[in-house]
Design a protein around this ligand. Structure first.
Ligand code: B12
Ligand code: SF4
Length: 466
């Protein structure tokens, strides 16, 4: 059977917001995961961010991954293939949030993760009796076949070794996709440690990026994973919460296994906004202590911040940027608060009559899609762009890098932040020439240099108690 798996572009390639390097970071891991159940089929995997989508072919089955901002493109592609007589199925986050919308463009839709439903569908499809809807309920990653990495065109990505060893997260922030996506079953589960380690062993090169929502979310699993990775010589990046950094010694174990940079959801410096988002695990946490601890371990921080929550006034942008720069946060990801359908945040904003529109393509966290309380819409959007501009000004990159205790760490900060945001023409050239592979040693070099100050990493009694 000819199966075509498609990840439609999250942003149109001719949009001013299409930053080629951002969209050439990671391959479509979800679809490569599904392909594992089709070892004997003729499978093509197309990622519209990095390659042209040929619409003139004749696949028997087309499976499309739908995120919120690619929904209109996904539906157009689906309609096209259905007209041509292909069987078209849709799955992913947006389909799970709005199944009835997606069902208008598909022969079959999938709700939730695909590890249980996709093989069930394939069996029904091959038997000639596929259902219109499959919803995941029994979730596990134990014993699933290995991701079809042979379908990933490694040369097109800066980080071809993206990996997920868990699904979901133990928390319930109201703005997060998580509760909507995992409804009807477990919302946080992991691979078996030995299977995760075997998957890591199979990855070539040194650098890995864990795309897990919360890599430190299950203590026992993370301990096993990091202990098993010790000595493998890997360098990796991942994501975790402030609270998990402050607790116990998991972060030291992660560093020993190769952790060099971490994505942390600070989200807000204001208690009111944290309460509004049910981000209880951040409440009362000592952000500074977490940052000091990571810095002492030589781990760079990518801080995530959300603007436009109810506690935010027009001063939030400069205040947040000044704070992040003064703390030596290496890179920052800013978002305009965006209520994704299916989330509690969406329900609240809709009930309050504050939603501006349902143009999903504009739900890209760069545009205001609801009326904020503490400022005007134009203030929110202008403030968001100003935050990026200020944070990544050379002046602030230099100031941020000076916030570290050692010259080695300052240099690393300069190289990483500068490389990420100030070398756009170089990235564009490498991408056009299909030579991103040449930048990987540079990335590894920056990540590899560490000067750890262990003593400072020991938590205080208060941190331990928290
Ligand atoms: C990698 C990533 C990206 C990559 C690109 C995506 C890619 N190459 O896959 C990049 C960096 C480009 C990116 C950008 C953005 N991202 Co992003 N990203 C992720 C991340 C971290 C991992 C995705 C992943 O690989 N997951 C692991 C795989 C195994 O899971 P999966 O893809 O969901 O696939 C499974 C299921 O969904 C299902 N499935 C999926 N498709 C299909 C299809 C069929 C037919 C079937 C049966 C099943 C199925 O089966 C798979 C196996 O279970 C997720 C967080 C997360 N944990 O998922 C956020 C996430 C997807 N991103 C998100 C957002 C908001 C963005 C941005 C809009 C925000 C921003 N400012 O950065 C931008 C996009 C800008 C724009 N204009 O749209 C949100 C999406 C919310 C939503 N409702 O769609 C997420 C969930 C983060 C979050 N916590 O809010 N992102
Ligand atoms: S901690 Fe992060 S991944 Fe977990 S629910 Fe909150 S926003 Fe989502």
């Amino acid at each position: 059977m000819r199966i075509k798996l498609i990840l439609p572009s999250l942003t149109e390639a001719d949009s001013p917001h299409f930053r080629p390097i951002k969209y050439s970071l990671f391959p479509p891991l979800g679809l490569a995961t599904l392909a594992a159940w089709c070892p004997d089929d003729d499978v093509t995997l197309v990622d519209q961010h990095v390659e042209t989508l040929d619409l003139d072919d004749e696949p028997d089955l087309v499976a499309i991954q739908v995120y919120i901002t690619n929904a209109p493109r996904a539906y157009a592609i689906a309609d096209h293939y259905r007209k041509k007589g292909a069987y078209v199925v849709l799955g992913g986050l947006h389909v799970t949030s709005l199944p009835d919308e997606a069902a208008q463009h598909a022969d079959t839709i999938f709700l939730g993760p695909g590890e249980e439903t996709w093989p069930a569908f394939l069996e029904d499809f091959r038997a000639g009796s596929p259902r219109a809807r499959y919803a995941s309920a029994n979730r596990t990653l134990v014993g699933i076949p290995p991701v079809r990495r042979d379908l990933i065109k490694r040369e097109l990505y800066l980080v071809p070794n993206s990996i997920v060893v868990s699904r979901g997260c133990p928390h319930h922030c109201t703005f997060c996709y998580k509760d909507a996506f995992f409804e009807g079953g477990k919302g946080f589960y992991t691979q078996a440690v030995d299977e995760a380690l075997a998957e890591i062993e199979r990855l070539p090169g040194r650098h890995l990026y864990f795309l897990d929502d919360h890599l430190l979310g299950n203590r026992r699993f993370a301990e096993g994973l990091f202990d098993g990775m010790k000595g493998m010589g890997r360098l990796f990046q991942g994501a975790a919460t402030v609270e998990s950094i402050l607790r116990g010694d998991l972060v030291e174990r992660a560093v020993d296994a190769g952790l060099r940079s971490i994505f942390i959801g600070f989200e807000s410096l204001d208690e009111r906004s944290l309460i509004q988002s049910a981000k209880h695990h951040n409440l009362g946490r000592d952000y500074d202590a977490a940052i000091r601890r990571l810095d002492a371990l030589g781990v760079m921080i990518n801080g995530s911040f959300v603007f436009g929550l109810d506690g935010d006034g027009p001063d939030v942008f400069d205040r947040t940027v000044d704070w992040a720069v003064s703390r030596g946060i290496t890179t920052a990801t800013f978002h305009i608060a965006t209520p994704y359908p299916g989330t509690r945040f969406f329900q609240e904003i809709e009930a309050q009559g504050r939603l501006l529109h349902r143009d999903w393509e504009r739900y890209d966290t760069r545009q205001a899609v609801f009326r904020p309380r503490g400022m005007r819409i134009d203030e929110l959007e202008a403030g968001y762009w100003r935050a990026y501009e200020r944070f990544y000004s050379w002046r602030n990159i230099v100031r941020g890098s000076a916030a570290h205790e050692t010259p080695g760490r300052s240099l690393k900060h300069l190289a990483y932040a500068g490389g990420w945001k100030k070398l756009e023409p170089m990235w564009d050239r490498l991408i056009r020439a299909r030579q991103l592979v040449r930048a990987r040693p540079m990335l590894e070099q920056v990540l590899a240099t560490v000067d750890v100050v262990r003593e400072a990493a020991v938590p205080t009694a208060a941190e331990e108690a928290a």
